[in-house]
Design a protein around this ligand. Structure first.
Ligand SMILES: [Zn+2]
Length: 176
C-alpha cells in the first residue's frame, strides 16, 4: 500500500495543503495546493479562476481538462515548476465555489533534493504572497463570526487566521 500524509495550514487567510506520498518502495513525492474560495475574491477575479471545461477522449474514456495555463492569475502564482493541478472543489447545489490549484515536486531535477514539510510550507506561503501581488484585495475570513472582508481584519496570533474588528473588540473586552 501507499501512504499519504496531509499537512494543512493558512497564510494571510488562504488555506493551503501539503501532501507527502510514500509508495510501497519507500519513494517520496510531495505536492502543495492552495484553496481559492469564491467568497474571498471579487466577482471579476473569481470568474477568471472558474475555468470552462474542455472534454477530450482518451483511451475511449471522456476526460475533462482545464486550460489553467491560460489563466493569468494562476500563472502569476509562484508555484514550484508551475501549476500542475486544477480542480473544482465546491460549488454544487448553489453552494459557494472553491478552486484548488497546486504543484508537484516530481520534476527531473527534484530527485537530487530532499524535501520536507517545512520547505513546502515556505514555498506554499511564498505562492500565497505572489497571489496577493496579482490580486491585492483578497477578502479575509473571520474565524469568530465567519464573515469575509478586507478592512479592519487583524491576525492576532500570527497563525494565518484573522478576526474582524467587531469580533476583535468583543474578544478584547472579554479579556479585560
Ligand atoms: Zn467577525
Amino acid at each position: 500500500m501507499d501512504k499519504v500524509t496531509t499537512y494543512r495550514g493558512s497564510h494571510r487567510s488562504i488555506s493551503f495543503e501539503i501532501k507527502r506520498f510514500d509508495d510501497y518502495r519507500g519513494n517520496k513525492k510531495w505536492t502543495f495546493y492552495l484553496y481559492l474560495k469564491e467568497l474571498q475574491f471579487s466577482k471579476e477575479v473569481f470568474k477568471k479562476l472558474w475555468l470552462k471545461p474542455r472534454w477530450y477522449t482518451f483511451g475511449g474514456k471522456k476526460t475533462i481538462v482545464y486550460d489553467y495555463c491560460k489563466c493569468d492569475i494562476i500563472n502569476a502564482i509562484d508555484f514550484h515548476g508551475g501549476c500542475t493541478w486544477y480542480s473544482k472543489e465546491a460549488g454544487y447545489d448553489k453552494e459557494s465555489k472553491c478552486v484548488k490549484v497546486g504543484c508537484d515536486y516530481s520534476h527531473l531535477y527534484d530527485d537530487i533534493y530532499i524535501y520536507s514539510e517545512n520547505i513546502l510550507e515556505f514555498d506554499a506561503k511564498r505562492a500565497i504572497d505572489s497571489l496577493y501581488i496579482a490580486v491585492p484585495d483578497i477578502k479575509k475570513w473571520c474565524w469568530h463570526c465567519g464573515d469575509y472582508g478586507i478592512e479592519g481584519y487583524v491576525e492576532p496570533r500570527n497563525d494565518g487566521n484573522y478576526i474582524c474588528s467587531q469580533c476583535w473588540e468583543k474578544v478584547d473586552k472579554k479579556n479585560e
